[in-house]
Design a protein around this ligand. Structure first.
Ligand code: DHB
Ligand code: MG
Length: 212
């Protein structure tokens, strides 16, 4: 390992370039969108977990440019479907374009607008999910967790990104709404009797929880 290289960088260096995902990152840069896609190692984990659980109905909260959407949809078989909730039409359009370019455009359905409204709509439609990926506005993470449990098929998996918020979560002098809600989310993931879970500290932190 080179001096100054993080454990994450060392491990990323072992993998060949993923051209589909590199195109997504380029597209995000070209549109001046925030460069905050999920870490590559966690993207690989998302794909593996879809395959390992055999999940068919996936729900992503926060599409951004489609990086995690590709990772999720790659794990699906022919019968599987990804629903992706995104606040901004232009982000959903770019994400959809990236999934189409990756040959996955027909596996995904975007719902644009406030995720809390889309979740109510999904409930009215009677939809249930096997696997969630939460990666949207941090102040709503506890609400998204509650919705995920509410719409879960038994044994559903809930994955959440950015538990550490670049270290803010660990810093007690940080008392803003988003970080306070993230602490609440982390505490609930760890202690909610309806869940079994593990919290991963690599990159910016990832939650994995199974709905009992
Ligand atoms: C940041 C990173 C994320 O993955 C995200 O979902 C939101 C914000 C960030 O580093 O600021
Ligand atoms: Mg994130």
């Amino acid at each position: 390992m080179e001096a100054g290289q993080s454990a994450e960088q060392y491990m990323e260096g072992l993998y060949p370039e993923d051209e589909q995902l590199s195109r997504v990152l380029e597209g995000i840069r070209a549109q001046d969108m925030p460069q905050i896609s999920i870490a590559p190692g966690y993207g690989r984990l998302l794909t593996l977990l879809v395959k390992m659980t055999g999940a068919r109905q996936l729900l992503e909260i926060g599409a951004l440019g489609g990086y995690s959407g590709i990772c999720l949809a790659r794990g699906l078989g022919e019968e599987g479907r990804l629903f992706s909730l995104e606040l901004k039409q232009e982000y959903a359009d770019l994400a959809h374009r990236h999934l189409r370019e990756a040959g996955l455009g027909d596996r995904v359905e975007y719902r644009v607008g406030e995720a809390l409204h889309s979740l109510e709509q999904l409930e009215r439609e009677g939809r249930r999910f096997d696997y969630y990926f939460i990666d949207a506005d941090k102040g709503n993470y506890p609400n998204y967790l509650e919705w995920a449990i509410r719409l879960a098929n038994p044994g559903a998996l809930i994955v959440g990104d950015n538990l550490l918020m670049r270290g803010k979560t660990l810093n007690a002098s940080e008392r803003g709404n988003a970080v306070t809600k993230m602490r609440e989310f982390n505490e609930r993931i760890a202690s909610d009797p309806r869940l079994e879970s593990v919290l991963l500290p690599a990159y910016d932190g990832l939650a994995l929880a199974r709905v009992k």
